[in-house]
Design a protein around this ligand. Structure first.
Ligand code: LMR
Length: 436
């Protein structure tokens, strides 16, 4: 009989000392304030070994450790665990770090991750949840709900405010937490404040994450945040960093399906080019409906060029106007889709959109930015750019506009990417989707 335990440590009043050369950094939850206070140690962990069932026995916290941690609910008890035959074919556990973990997007996402619908029904996971000082209590609530959900695949949960602790050995980092643009804040100010968060998180990933960690940046402005993050993580391949444009791809598929009068699973090869902003380019030239070019199915070119394109570019803002807050559930779904697209082989002939580092692309897009492009994966976590795409003059002109915006954003964060002094000349006619 295998023996294991469920355990926790919870010491809200203790301050960790920084390791030499490893500073502590503040972090905010998605759309909450930024804190740069020292990190408190706050960790709740649940670790149930595979092949085991539970039978309560005595508390497990050694008396010498009990003084500096406080147990939490079910985690205060140690269990003997018995072999469970069904779990024997499970893969080895992977560690997934999530920032902004007490926010709305995470609240939808974490339960999908824990249920097995993203990484597969044979993939046990550990969730390492990063929040801010302000969100710690809410993060405990999230951990409680995860506990209460009894997910067999969820083997460990830890929470905290220090990315150097939370990113330790993670194989996936889902960076959701970012500061929203407040009233009167210039876009350059938003780039700077969020850029600092992502510079720090890049450094933390560089120091402690798995060398092959896959990073998906969700916090806006996500393309440039991803660029800042990867520039601060020189020991992690730049190719491993993604900015989430899958939500835009999903939105575009839905609108094409609506117009064509088909179900959205009939729409394929949907590329979003460029920035997750109002300059993004939903590509109806290469998209297909029932395997036929979308332009042959939807003959209303004016609609495709204007209404369709603007609807996708501004969808996030319209949603905020109607709902009073930023998209959360659909964003979480699109993060799950983005991960699945990397861990399962892309269907033959199809592709998916992701904001990736432009290093040697064949489309003529400027190098050294994070730009959404069509990607294919063998299901090994990696991707290659699709080569069978056509670019006409209309598409090229739109791609150039979103490229110009990203190059301007890059100049504006040069101080955070190690490229000298920042110079902000952001185009005034463009916005983040939620800025309208
Ligand atoms: C979205 O596209 O829904 C969001 O990125 C909007 C926002 O700015 O939060």
């Amino acid at each position: 009989m295998a023996l294991s335990k469920i355990s926790t440590s919870y010491s809200p009043s203790h301050t960790l000392k920084s390791k030499p050369g490893v500073p502590f950094h503040g972090h905010d939850a998605k759309r909450t304030g930024v804190s740069f206070e020292p990190h408190r140690r706050l960790r709740i962990s649940c670790s149930v070994a595979p092949n085991e069932v539970q039978a309560p026995v005595a508390p497990a916290i050694p008396s010498d450790k009990a003084s500096n941690r406080e147990c939490y609910g079910v985690f205060c008890t140690t269990y003997d665990l018995r072999a469970d035959e069904k779990t024997k074919s499970w893969k080895s556990l992977i560690k997934i770090a999530v920032s902004g973990a007490a926010g709305m997007i995470s609240n939808h996402l974490l339960f999908k991750l824990a249920s097995g619908v993203v990484f597969g029904p044979d993939q046990p996971i550990a969730l390492q949840l990063l929040g801010s000082e302000r969100s710690l209590q809410a993060l405990e609530g999230v951990a409680m709900e995860l506990e209460d959900s009894l997910y067999p695949l969820l083997r460990e949960v830890s929470i905290g405010t220090n990315p150097y602790e939370i990113f330790q050995d993670c194989e996936w980092a889902l960076l959701i937490g970012a500061k929203p643009r407040g009233p009167g804040m210039e876009r350059a100010g938003l780039l700077d404040i969020n850029g600092q968060i992502f510079a720090e998180q890049g450094k933390a990933l560089n120091a402690v994450a798995s060398r092959n960690v896959k990073v998906i940046v969700v916090g806006n402005p996500c393309n440039t945040n991803a660029l800042i993050c990867l520039k601060n993580a020189p020991n992690i391949p730049a190719k491993n960093f993604h900015a989430l444009t899958r939500l835009d791809e999903n939105r575009a598929k839905c609108q094409l399906a609506l117009k064509a009068g088909v179900f959205y699973d009939k729409v394929s090869n949907m590329t979003i080019w460029g920035n997750h902003s109002t300059t993004q380019v939903p590509d109806f030239l290469n998209a297909k409906i029932n395997g036929i070019p979308a332009k042959e199915v939807i003959k209303d070119t004016k609609w495709l060029e204007t209404e369709f394109t603007e609807r996708i570019q501004k969808r996030g803002g319209v949603l905020i106007q109607k709902w009073g807050r930023s998209s959360a559930a659909s964003t979480a779904v699109s993060i799950a889709d983005a991960i699945r697209s990397l861990v399962t082989p892309t269907p033959e002939g199809d592709w998916f959109s992701s904001g990736v580092y432009t290093n040697g692309n064949t489309y003529g897009i400027a190098e050294d930015i994070v730009f959404s492009m069509p990607c294919r994966s063998k299901g090994d976590g990696d991707y290659e750019l699709a080569t069978d795409v056509i670019i006409d003059d209309f598409l090229r002109a739109r791609i150039k506009k979103t490229e110009a915006e990203l190059l301007a954003e890059k100049r504006c964060v040069a101080h955070l990417t190690g490229e000298g002094n920042a110079f902000c000349d952001l185009p005034e006619d463009t916005m983040l989707p939620g800025e309208q």
